[in-house]
Design a protein around this ligand. Sequence first.
Ligand code: NAD
Length: 499
Amino acid sequence: MTQYAAPGTAGSVVEFRSRYDHYIGGEYVAPSKGGYFENPTPVTGQTFTEVARGTADDVERAIDAAEGAAAAWGKASPGERSGVLLAIADQMEANLEKLAVAESWENGKPVRECLAADIPLAIDHFRYFAGALRGQEGGISQIDENTVAYHFHEPLGVVAQIIPWNFPILMATWKLAPALAAGNAIVLKPAEQTPASIHVLLEVIGDLLPAGVLNVVNGFGVEAGKPLASNPRISKVAFTGETTTGRLILQYASENIIPATVELGGKSPNIFFDDVAASKDAFYDKALEGFAMFALNQGEVCTCPSRALIQAGMYEEFLGEAVERTKAIKQGHPLDTTTQVGAQASNDQLEKILSYIDIGKQEGAKVLTGGNRADLGGELSGGYYVEPTIFEGHNKQRIFQEEIFGPVVSVTSFDDYDDAMKIANDTLYGLGSGVWSRNGNTAYRAGRDIQAGRVWVNNYHSYPAHAAFGGYKQSGIGRETHKMMLDHYQQTKNLLVNY
Ligand code: NAD
């Protein structure tokens, strides 16, 4: 089989409901007053389901349910909670294709990425935090001869989680797995573009959790996200999205003096030093693959290597081959397992990317390939497709400075190491970056000098659960993944006892 059947047609591994309500206290609950909004698939542009439009009343009901469930879940032993997380992982694994096809259809991403990366990474996250929780220990300090301090981990209570649309299930999992492991009850708001994937996930795992531990309120940012993030009854807000929205989230959190983690945008440099071209071997080929990562997930990745910096000595040769490789990327139906680039997630995102392509052209940057909306014909004509696009220009242009969040890379050359670092760090962002060199010293030094939370050296775009991930500068505050996340979802209780 090379293509999965589309949802709604014979043989599909996933059937969406015609309508999704909120999920509160373990049940589907109709919206109190917001009605429903239409949810189109980016594959064809056609509506495939409608979704409850959350308001402040729905948020209050979800927090009521979470508060009711928080105490018992928080007091469950680490062994019990860990067991539930492992069961969730098993259940997701048993439903891998269903989750993958649901996400591909709703987001437009190639199903092969969902099958090989997005869903397996999500599954591994639950397993990782199930294990991390079992390994977590409190501390004992002797204060003086008669006094001892004990440290205990306690859950925060009810936490709000607000996620974007680019990796719906993985972004949910990055937040759910550590928060659940730590014993919190959750109110999650999916992105308005991709709520159905989260509801398919709930169909798969919802029954494994006590009612009220995980609640989902659908809807839009200001209508549903703001009343959630600014609610005085929550103990933490964990947010992933745009830097402009992150600024608002921090303001809401400051009103209630609660912790906020904000995982935000990026404009990641991918730096190729001359020695990459010392030989046309497997390493050279791997570096070209690393360049092409700008088109992975249609460029809708916070760490998209959207600025390529190539050293002058190999610039023409390497870029020429990178352009040929980009032209060979297969764009097509997202449910075709041979497709490498699918559809952008929404019409708004499509328009935004096309407007940046126009800006690049107006700024005088040169289009080396792509530069247009892609019309794939037939039923895909109404879908949201953009050609993978390479611009050549300089780092002061807007297409080098602003997050486009599409399959667009802006390329420039650099003379020497200092020049590379200057260009790489000349950005408001500091999330991801890549360094390619055969010289270990150069790679290490660059890895330390780049102001970003994640530097991939001689690889790009891997997200293991046990490697900390997060941003410098305006790319965010806090980290995700890694067992340190347990601390971010817990209070430390100190008991100081005089015997
Ligand atoms: P967005 O900020 O528009 O929306 C993200 C979420 O916030 C959505 O659920 C939205 O409904 C909600 N929201 C919007 N306004 C709100 C408000 N006033 N109050 C509360 N909630 C509100 O971002 P997006 O377009 O969905 O996602 C793309 C962005 O996410 C990109 O900038 C990308 O770089 C970033 N991102 C970052 C990471 C990371 O780990 N750093 C990962 C993925 C995506």
